[in-house]
Design a protein around this ligand. Structure first.
Ligand SMILES: Cc1cc2nc3c(=O)[nH]c(=O)nc-3n(C[C@H](O)[C@H](O)[C@H](O)COP(=O)(O)OP(=O)(O)OC[C@H]3O[C@@H](n4cnc5c(N)ncnc54)[C@H](O)[C@@H]3O)c2cc1C
Length: 558
């Protein structure tokens, strides 16, 4: 065991979720270290679709411009299409975001950050650079293994080129991915849905595909024909593309080498001459699982080690990044001694139900895709699709497309979850729930504090989302000045939101469900922790009690 001062937090795994965790902790002054067993970041761009909530967090972490600069240009990411071949195929249908004006308007009202497509192999270096700029620590070629833990900390063996050494840390965040060894070593079981399909992803460069689709608005083209079923997703630059196609489980792994994958890709492209320069090939499974426990003493599972979803809906990395935002502020408060250990239990209480809901919905999305020809077990069923007699199957696919809309329009799923946990103060009301597609903003405790655009004469903030920025904040109704005095006495920031400050005609008070004297206490992760509908006789006592309950520390001061 090392005699050195223990680290605050060791993060096992330097993928997007480990990096997000390390970046936030470092920015908040915590002594954190992220170790990654591989020699480089992910070369394969698994995740691409970044949801608005994730981008709101990236905005807070000052990496939004870099992430957007590596995104697929918006005019080439306006929707999705279904076709028999990429080049000159029979167009089976499409979904264009612009066709759903109501959804676009709702999205703009829900968040100032529209979603974008920035591949994971671009996101990881951006997070890494931000971590280094913040003074954080990250090591490649370093494998971590938990040796044991006691009531004060965890002992971890780190193995790198120079050998193995033991490190003592107060907490461990295990962001070590789908096959998490940490999860297994801790004896944490998973609730697993059976594997229901396998795919192969080919990351490649092709000048011709880029030229052919220069003016195409589709970020993703689903390809359905008798030879191959798959999809082409465009990369943001350098003629990069991703081709995913169904893997035949009867064939051995060795079949899926570069020449085989290139041949399938050319079939899907419908152009035997298309140039293909393969960067990487990844075999992946359509599977769904959630860890049965997300905390074991001083060790926490985040990201894919805690949950894995089928990719349809794009919730994997997005959920993982949001797990980290939920956990980090809690770890920081406990490490600073301003919160009790029970606050850390609320991480699983809050995030596990979100993962379970996402799994359920991603499985529904996957099931619905089957009617578009995706994952057809008997490829001969599609053999006629390009022939005149294939009219029936083409029509069947076209008619099934409207049913796919929840996969591409999921604002309610992305924003509408409402936590229930010990780190919230109930106000005795029942929330109105969002549906998958329709987000119903609410100031109910546990909900993400709804976005309200603000006009601040000082220019300090532009929206309610800028206000928490890693700390607690009180948002009060227009005659809620008493909250300012109460907040000040507790070292909290308070913003009284008067109508001239709210842009776009939104009423802050009706959106949050308070009257002009009421207030909400927003937690550092941007979720409402407490809502008080109208001013109590002693706002300071109410705030103090609320803070104490949220932090599991009755004597709470910040
Ligand atoms: C085809 C496909 C498409 C997808 N599309 C999307 C999408 O559009 N949107 C989305 O949100 N998600 C998507 N996902 C999911 C997304 O890729 C994952 O959810 C994401 O990578 C999870 O990040 P993570 O950091 O938790 O795990 P990982 O990215 O797996 O990172 C874990 C890291 O831990 C390291 N590691 C493991 N063990 C150790 C150890 N003992 N010591 C040190 N390091 C260790 C690994 O080397 C790895 O780098 C997709 C996935 C696939 C397969």
């Amino acid at each position: 065991m090392s005699s050195q001062k223990p680290l605050d937090v060791l993060i096992i795994g330097g993928g997007p979720v480990g990096l997000s965790t390390a970046l936030q902790l470092t920015k908040l002054g915590i002594d954190a270290w992220c170790v990654e067993r591989r020699a480089t970041h992910s070369r394969h761009p698994k995740a691409g679709g970044l949801h608005p909530r994730t981008l709101e967090l990236f905005h807070q972490w000052d990496i939004i411009d870099a992430v957007r600069s590596e995104a697929v240009p918006s005019h080439q990411a306006e929707g999705f299409r279904w076709t028999t071949r990429f080049v000159d195929g029979i167009h089976l249908g499409h979904i264009l975001f612009a066709d759903d004006a109501e959804a676009l308007a709702d999205a703009a009202e829900a968040s100032p950050e529209p979603g974008c497509f920035t591949p994971q192999d671009e996101v990881e270096p951006i997070l890494h650079q931000a971590l280094l700029r913040a003074g954080g620590r990250y090591a490649f070629n370093t494998t971590a293994e938990i040796l044991g833990q006691d009531e004060d900390g965890v002992d971890v063996a780190l193995t790198d080129d120079s050998g193995t050494r033991s490190v003592r840390t107060r907490y461990v965040v295990a962001a070590d991915g789908v096959r998490s060894r940490t999860r297994d070593a801790l004896g944490i079981t998973e609730t697993i849905s059976p594997v229901f399909g396998e795919s192969v992803g080919v990351y490649f460069r092709s000048r011709r595909l880029t030229q052919l689709s220069e003016n195409s608005p589709y970020a993703l083209s689903w390809i359905i024909n008798g030879d191959v079923i798959g999809s082409f997703a465009r990369g943001p630059k350098d003629n990069k593309w991703i081709f995913n196609f169904a893997r035949d489980p009867r064939l051995p792994d060795s079949t899926y080498d570069e020449s085989f994958c290139t041949a399938r890709l050319r079939e899907a492209a419908g152009d035997p001459e298309v140039d293909v320069d393969v960067i990487s090939i990844l075999r992946w499974q359509h599977e769904a699982a959630v860890a049965d426990a997300w905390r074991a003493g001083r060790v926490f599972l985040v990201g894919d080690s805690a949950h894995r979803f089928p990719p349809h809906g794009g919730f994997g990395m997005n959920s993982g990044v949001q797990d980290s935002a939920n956990l980090v502020w809690k770890l920081v408060r406990v490490l600073r001694g301003t919160a009790g250990d029970a606050l850390l239990d609320s991480y699983e209480q809050e995030r596990k139900p979100v993962a379970e809901y996402n799994i359920e919905q991603c499985l529904i999305n996957t099931e619905r895709l089957k009617s578009t020809g995706f994952m057809v077990s008997d490829p001969s069923e599609l053999a006629t699709i390009e022939l005149p007699e294939g009219e029936k199957i083409r029509r069947r696919i076209t008619e099934s497309l409207p049913a796919q809309h929840e996969q591409f329009r999921s604002a309610g799923q992305q924003f509408g979850f409402i936590y229930r946990s010990s780190a919230l103060v109930s106000d005795g009301t029942e929330p109105e729930h969002s549906t998958v597609s329709d987000y119903r903003p609410t100031g109910h405790p546990g909900a993400r504090a709804p976005y309200v655009r603000l006009q601040d004469p000082s220019g300090e903030f532009e929206s309610t989302l800028d206000l928490p920025a890693g700390d607690f904040v009180v948002l009060a109704g227009q005659t809620g000045q008493a909250w300012s005095r109460a907040a000040e006495s507790l070292g909290l920031r308070c913003v009284v939101i008067s109508p001239p400050m709210t842009a776009g005609g939104t009423s802050f008070e009706s959106l949050y469900g308070i009257d002009a004297t009421g207030a909400v206490l927003v937690r550092p992760d941007g979720h409402v922790g407490m809502r008080v509908h109208m001013a109590p006789s002693n706002p300071e006592a109410v705030l103090r009690a609320g803070l104490g309950q949220i932090l599991s520390n009755p004597a709470a001061t910040l």
